[in-house]
Design a protein around this ligand. Structure first.
Ligand code: BG6
Length: 502
């Protein structure tokens, strides 16, 4: 969690959470609000309106959120802090298919705002399934609840998935922008709440030594790896309609890619940072369907074991079609069409039920131009990598060659490691604290803008189209607990490269 010590408390406001009885609220939103409360970073005058489709009494809601908090809090729960937070929460029943229920929501919200003297500032948080994003916004728009007036701000937080392809993302953006201005919309990608992800900007732009070599003259290629150990679990029906690409690539992996590949922004503000990030996504080379097939690998896991846990065959997961062609693993090669990156491939991979949980970006530098050391040909030297590890061990590693002590020149690869935990003490956090705090103070640097979301979908659309056309043809299978499908390793081998060994 960001070191909040010098931070200001946000202005007074009402937080309206749609989907208050759902998983996301219980696992992430309430534990994050708790951490903010413990750090005294919630507004002085504050209220939370918890909206659910089926009515729930205040006491029952608070009790269930308290239970969830004890289960998911990232630190020991202090009753005093938790009670103070939960006392701010009022339950309201509203269903976007039922207009009058939203009229009642408006009345209750206004009553609470005046009782708590929150000054009219409102943060609407859509922690709901995506099919109700637009209907909720339409109802809020109809009642004028999103209109900024009398100096009060009105903001909307929207979770992923933001659309399921380019057309649906465009349609959702159009719906939102019909009612709200872009500056009022906070499209969350939880990867941007991670310290090491935010640190990519600092690594690149607060140090003079990396930028001169951060280009095609010195970098051979970039690997973005997001391996997951968990299988699909209880999310079968959502996942089977989604797949690894939609679930992870245009959002989380592209956030990593854009931070690594963007041009230096003129200022550290939302407009400049997001323009540079979105610019690089827009420069991802558009592939034809044939190229997309050649430059991608899809895998699906079969039964296997991870540690002591038996993972069932993906197709036997509840909610998954028995003949499903949905990918649980994707590897792909992308190119960026600009002066900095032309000819530098970006290899991306992500998958479920793999041998280990590991997220990193590895920058592979070019080889030395010739073999000066007679006994060690260039190709036997250790590869030069700068590795940004996001999980499990947050840190940065530089891999280079060094002389092995002794009378003759022998060379071996070594690693210089910076680990966060060696330098900084931080409270365990959910990663959402920073994001929710930023919504309250009106800083949208860490949120996606409409054009960025659309550029991401545009880059993956040829892959979606090509896979839809060929169905299960080309889908590879890999046992749970393995390193993934062999094709993913072939994809790099074909170019004379290989994935970094984890
Ligand atoms: C979510 C995906 O957005 O990110 C999940 O829907 C995935 O399928 C998760 O497991 C990964 O997040 P993290 O922070 O564990 O890498």
């Amino acid at each position: 969690m960001r070191n909040f010590q010098p931070c200001q408390k946000p202005q007074s406001c009402a937080l309206v959470i749609f989907g208050v009885t759902g998983d996301l609220t219980k696992r992430l939103v309430i534990p994050s609000l708790y951490n903010l409360a413990a750090a005294e970073l919630l507004p002085e005058r504050f209220c939370v309106v918890g909206v659910a489709r089926c009515g729930i009494l205040n006491e029952a809601l608070r009790e269930s959120l308290m239970k969830g908090l004890h289960q998911f809090a990232t630190r020991p729960v202090e009753d005093k802090v938790a009670n103070r937070l939960l006392e701010c929460i009022t339950s309201v029943e509203a269903d976007p298919d039922d207009g009058p229920s939203f009229d009642r929501l408006k009345e209750q919200l206004e009553r609470l705002e005046s009782a708590r003297d929150t000054g009219g500032n409102r943060l609407f948080y859509l922690a709901t399934p995506p099919d109700v994003f637009a209907p909720i916004v339409r109802q809020l728009g109809r009642l004028g609840l999103l209109k900024e007036d009398h100096g009060a701000w009105r903001r909307l937080v929207i979770e992923k998935p933001f659309g399921t392809d380019l057309a649906s993302a465009r349609a959702l953006n159009a719906e939102l922008l019909n009612i709200l201005n872009e500056h009022q919309i906070y499209r969350i990608d939880h990867y941007l709440g991670k310290e090491t992800v935010q640190n990519i900007l600092v690594l690149r732009f607060a140090n003079g030594m990396f930028e001169p070599i951060w280009n095609r003259h010195h970098i051979d290629h970039v690997q973005i790896i997001v391996d997951e150990q968990l299988g699909v679990g209880h999310r079968g029906s959502f996942y089977d309609a989604t797949g690894a690409l939609r679930d992870m690539v245009p959002n989380h992996l592209f956030q990593l890619l854009s931070l690594i590949a963007m041009e230096p922004p003129r200022h550290f503000d939302a407009h400049n940072v997001r323009s540079e990030k979105d610019g690089v996504l827009a420069a991802i080379q558009t592939q034809s369907e044939e190229e997309a097939l050649k430059n991608s690998v899809r895998g699906q896991y079969t039964a296997g074991k991870i540690g002591d846990t038996e993972i069932p065959d993906y197709r036997k997961t509840p909610g998954v079609r028995p003949d499903s062609a949905t990918e649980t693993y994707v590897a792909m090669k992308l190119n960026i069409d600009n002066w900095r990156w032309a000819g530098v491939p970006f290899y991306l991979r992500t998958g479920k039920a793999l041998a280990m949980k590991h997220t990193e970006v590895a920058i592979k530098f070019r080889e030395t131009p010739f073999a000066m050391f007679r006994c060690t040909p260039v190709e036997q030297l250790a590869e030069n990598y700068l590795v940004i590890c996001v999980e499990p061990t947050e840190g940065i590693t530089l891999q280079f060659n060094t002389k092995v002590p002794g009378p003759v020149i022998r060379i071996d690869g070594v690693q210089m490691k910076f680990l966060y935990k060696d330098y900084f003490k931080s409270e365990p956090a959910t990663g959402y604290e920073t994001l929710i705090y930023d919504c309250m103070i009106g800083d949208n640097i860490l949120f996606q803008r409409a054009d960025g979301v659309e550029a991401g979908w545009r880059a993956v659309q040829p892959f979606l189209d090509a896979w839809k056309r060929v169905g299960s043809k080309g889908l590879e299978f890999y046992p749970a607990g393995s390193e993934g499908p062999p094709g993913a390793f072939e994809l790099l081998k074909r170019d004379g490269r290989s994935w970094r060994k984890l």
